[in-house]
Design a protein around this ligand. Sequence first.
Ligand SMILES: [Zn+2]
Length: 410
Amino acid sequence: MAQLKQGTTAARVFGEIWHHGPLSRSELVALTGLTKSTVFQLTEDLQRDGLVVETGLRTSGSQGGRRATLLQANPDAVRVVGVHLGGTRTSVAITDTFGRVLDARSRPTVRRRPDESVARVAEMIGELSAEHGAPSAVGVAVPGLIDRDTGLCLVAPNLGWRDVPVATLIGEAVQAPTIALNTVQAMAVAEMAQLRPDERMTLAMLYVGTGVGTALITDGNLLRGARGLAGELGHLQVRDPGDPEAVKCACGRVGCLESLVGADAIVRRATQRGIAAAGRRLTPELVGELASDGDAAARSLIQDIAVEMGEAAAALVQLTNPDTVVVAGSVASMGDMLLDPLRETVVRRTQPELRESLDVRRSLLDNQGKLRGAITLALQALGVPVRGLSGSAWRSQVLPVGEAAVAAGD
Ligand SMILES: [Zn+2]
């Protein structure tokens, strides 16, 4: 299967057709600023490789104007796979060229045994490939710290991982270029891809599920940081050891934000406050349900969590001046019950100039965000220019040896 080289002119032309097709060749000339002969040559190459197909003619002008052949990306040219390694379940989806899901699988995650986790992922990809064709690229969302230069997962507390070369292992197992990224960072990129180019470009994502994390899109690009670890607010210590609310976090330290507002913490605090529903296992969603039904203790717990999350959001607002704060994860299902006090806290804690046009809202992708994030990474690995993930440091990383030259380009 043809592979695009990222950053090349061919990838750029394919990206325009992918994003804006069906397009005529003269429209491509106008969009890219390339010469006519370059566009004709590149589209011929893309057609030969099966990446682009002709979809018909468009007649310009009302009376017998010139008819132009239209081009669009071939939906069946490639398959890509998105993998979300969750703390409890691993989900894998296979998509067409446009990232539209054709089929998906979900199985329990094998915790603490990276080799078995990878084998399970490879098995699921194998099943999907047998039915739909082998993937040309794989994107993996990992709930941990991913080193931007080596692709090494330095630590993933909720998977029980330390120093796992996850992208290399999966890439070698399925023989496809593979990109791994922190789950919340991938979700922020996917959220960004939902927006039109003229829409808001500076976005702070605040994710609260089993893990707690943030990701920042600044001026249209994911903020990665020196090692790719930017946004790890979930493990910022917000309670001193000895504080009655300070408990041990999954990362091994004490008093992290995650150990205060993460899913396990919500269940722990709900239990301490006597919140319960007969015969039902306590979850953040259930706490939200009880609060909706008028349970005062559940309401007050959500209020407390909202304020604590709001303090984190306020720090993000003061630091990065975003136009949107996106709240995602299991707590997002609590809706305005959570968002209203969270917004009030942001207002209380920040300067008015920084929140004049600030929107604090739920993720557009909701439960699909993690897998959608992984699929977005796979499209990036394929060579489709994905908004939010530009920048040269991104390209050459985390590809299996031997595949790097194919997808890294230049
Ligand atoms: Zn922690």
